[in-house]
Design a binder for this molecule. Structure first.
Ligand code: ACO
Length: 311
């Protein structure tokens, strides 16, 4: 019966077994994976847009090549994740349509504009830095295809993180205007990045079950703290200022304590009311519509090939 199956499933999770697509899983476990993995895939996909704008504006050929490689990596990440989702028996187009209709969520951070070249550095250094903190534990997640997708993603994210830091360091070592540009971008990206880890633990409806099922290994606040502790010294090292007058190092715990996070802003942004939500989804929708002829041509080519082979 279902209770016995669920108990056996939980024992497998507690033992550290990986759950594979053909294995029995509770409906709630499958739905949690569908929700989180689809949001994750969409985030990687939409995440190409703020930086994409800067491809034709990069200040040198070298920077352009690096940025292009990074954006291509993000496209690849979304493909790994959409494939991992297919292992749960869902149709890729169906999942993708949820993004295009504006129904699906993706990370808050990608609804902010990249106003200057320094923002490109902040996305790499801060956003991808946060992504590493979030995704390294996910590579030990209980669902095999999700965990395996994370391994390569994390390796690539670490390149993204370093290129972002390097870009910001160059600006900081440049003219006073360039230094100011870096500080201005930090002021705008710091708080949205701190929010990336999701609502505080007491307001996170999914965390408890997700952690029980080994989908998430750490709580939102635990990972947020890890990110803050690791990033604040980097900011100080660059001689920049964290835009948080309440930030302090608690000497007893060894952790940085941050000021109040504006959770109203977070809710507004994830419910579609951020600066760029409409633009981001609109841009994906246009790409889908304008790519219709490519899909038709590919399907036509595939059916001709199949007919030729059958003949
Ligand atoms: N942006 C948008 N929505 C968010 C965010 C965020 N940063 N954080 C939480 N939410 C949403 C959740 O999706 C959930 O909404 P839903 O019920 O409609 O699905 C709601 O807020 C409540 O949050 P939680 O209960 O804390 O949700 P969950 O347990 O799923 O934890 C988290 C949220 C930490 C984001 C988790 O889903 C996760 O680890 N996801 C994968 C990480 C990811 O997407 N990385 C992308 C990296 S992109 C890049 O590297 C370029």
């Amino acid at each position: 019966d279902i209770a016995t199956l669920e108990a056996g499933f939980q024992q497998r999770i507690d033992r550290g077994d990986k759950i594979e697509p053909q294995d029995w899983m509770p409906e709630g476990y499958r739905n949690t994976l569908l929700r989180q993995m689809s949001q994750h895939a969409h985030s990687e996909y939409v995440g190409m847009l703020p930086e994409g704008f800067w491809l034709t504006r990069a200040p040198s050929l070298h920077r352009k090549c690096v940025l292009l490689a990074k954006i291509q990596d993000e496209a690849g990440h979304s493909q790994y994740l959409y494939s991992a989702l297919e292992s749960l028996g869902v149709d890729r187009d169906g999942i993708y349509q949820q993004l295009l209709s504006g129904q699906a969520k993706y990370l808050n951070i990608f609804n902010y504009p990249a106003l200057t070249w320094a923002d490109v550095g902040m996305i790499g250094w801060l956003t991808d830095g946060a992504a590493i903190v979030n995704q390294v534990p996910l590579s030990r997640s209980s669902y095999g295809p999700y965990a395996r997708a994370m391994v390569r993603i994390c390796q690539e994210e670490s390149f993204h993180h370093r290129q972002g830091f390097d870009l910001v360091r160059k600006l900081v070592e440049g003219t006073p205007e360039q230094r100011q540009m870096a500080q201005d971008a930090l002021n705008r990206w710091w708080w949205p990045t701190v929010m990336v880890f999701g609502p505080p633990d007491e307001d996170s409806p999914h965390s408890r079950r997700s952690m029980q099922w080994g989908i998430k290994l750490y709580s939102n606040d635990t990972l947020r703290q890890k990110f803050v502790d690791q990033t604040v010294p980097q900011i100080h090292h660059l001689g920049l200022t964290v835009p948080d007058p309440d930030l302090r190092l608690n000497e007893e715990t060894g952790h940085y304590e941050i000021g109040r996070i504006d959770w109203d802003e977070f809710s507004r942004v994830i419910q579609g009311g951020g600066q760029c939500n409409r633009h981001r989804v609109g841009s994906r929708r246009r790409a889908w519509e304008q790519g219709a002829w490519v899909r038709e041509a590919a399907a036509c080519h595939a059916s001709k090939q199949a007919a030729r082979q059958a003949g």
